[in-house]
Design a protein around this ligand. Structure first.
Ligand SMILES: NC(=O)c1ccc[n+]([C@@H]2O[C@H](COP(=O)([O-])OP(=O)(O)OC[C@H]3O[C@@H](n4cnc5c(N)ncnc54)[C@H](OP(=O)(O)O)[C@@H]3O)[C@@H](O)[C@H]2O)c1
Length: 314
């Protein structure tokens, strides 16, 4: 795992698999959440350099404007920005309404925003904050942007999960209402595992409409988020952590358009599809995973409907 998830992984795979530079992205429009820091900032910068129209989403107006200025300086690409706190579903709803009015196409969405909380927190709607940012916000945004994604098909939705999910079996109850004393690492891992399950369910429902869903593990990356979320881990492994551009590479590669795009419903690390289980107690037979995906989708839909109304999330 150390070799694979650290900077050693991409340095070897780049040579073995003869990585070509990510394809030019002129004419494509890509939305990136959490674009003010770490992986999201690196993703947005690289897509702008490749010529995509990039729409950055940040939660702080000034940081978002600074990220937009930075990305704009990298080429002639158009760089747009929006601000929204993705921990508040009312703001997520307002975001997709604004985006629908503003964008005339949308080729890819990268759900990158994420955080590891050290204390239990709730959204203004009363949902658990980790589940809100990693699942409910992407759900509301994806369902709200679905008409635009469908009209731009073939399009794709890419979600940034984490290797932490390998430690956790999918458990909807634990995700929705973590029991016992709050454990931020466990809540984060639960949400990251659920992102993989949701990706399969999205693919099952929307894949036939021309939208492909992917989930990416970026490896262990030297970002402000890692230093804040897991300070001891970040300090210990700093010499072999990946750079943000290396961590962002697979998401950028998937977001760029090219012939022979791989099919959706897969977990990726370093441009290769990966297995979803490494520990025996996390394994689920596929029938259970499908049932879990349906239950997760139903929970997301019910929470979204409270805010958005039943029509926006079909
Ligand atoms: N770094 C790693 O080793 C690693 C490993 C596996 C997975 N990941 C995943 O990769 C993604 C990016 O992480 P990172 O390491 O780049 O972290 P980061 O440097 O902290 O960046 C996180 C981004 O998400 C934004 N964000 C956080 N909460 C938000 C909210 N409520 N509303 C809107 N935006 C919000 C942050 O905004 P601000 O700038 O305003 O804080 C920031 O732009 C996350 O999903 C993380 O779980 C990271």
């Amino acid at each position: 795992m150390v070799g694979s998830f650290s900077s050693i992984g991409p340095s070897i795979r780049r040579r073995i698999d003869r990585w070509a530079p990510p394809p030019a992205a002129e004419g494509r429009t890509v939305l990136v959440t959490g674009a003010t820091s770490g992986l999201g900032l690196a993703t947005a910068n690289e897509l702008a350099r490749l010529g995509a129209t990039v729409c950055l989403v940040g939660r702080d107006r000034e940081r978002t404007a600074a990220a937009r200025r930075g990305a704009s300086s990298l080429g002639r690409a158009q760089v747009l920005s929006e601000t929204a706190n993705l921990g508040d579903l009312e703001q997520v709803k307002a975001l997709f309404v604004r985006l629908t009015g503003r964008l005339d196409r949308l080729d890819a969405v990268i759900h990158n925003a994420g955080v590891l909380f050290h204390t239990r927190q709730l959204s203004p709607q009363g949902t658990e904050a980790t589940a809100t940012i990693h699942l409910l916000a992407p759900f509301v945004l994806t369902e709200g942007l679905q008409p635009l994604l469908r009209a731009s098909a073939p399009s794709r939705v890419i979600t940034m999960t984490s290797g932490g999910m390998y430690a956790q079996r999918f458990d909807l109850e634990q995700l929705v209402a973590p029991s016992g004393e709050y454990d931020g690492v466990k809540a984060y891992a639960c949400a990251k595992r659920a992102q993989v399950v949701l990706t399969h369910e999205w693919q099952r429902r929307h894949g036939p409409g021309g939208i492909d869903f992917h989930v990416v593990h970026p490896g262990w990356v030297d970002t402000p988020g890692l230093s804040h979320g897991l300070p001891g881990f970040a300090r210990l492994l700093r010499p072999i952590l990946r750079s943000p551009p290396d961590g962002a590479d697979t998401a950028v590669w998937l977001a760029g358009g090219r012939p022979g795009q791989p099919p959706g419903g897969q977990l990726w690390l370093d441009r290769r599809p990966r297995g979803e289980y490494r520990l025996p107690w996390t394994w689920m037979p596929s029938a259970c995973r499908v049932a879990g995906g349906e239950a997760l989708w139903a929970w997301c839909h019910a929470q979204a409907a409270e805010v958005v109304g039943g029509g926006a999330a079909r």
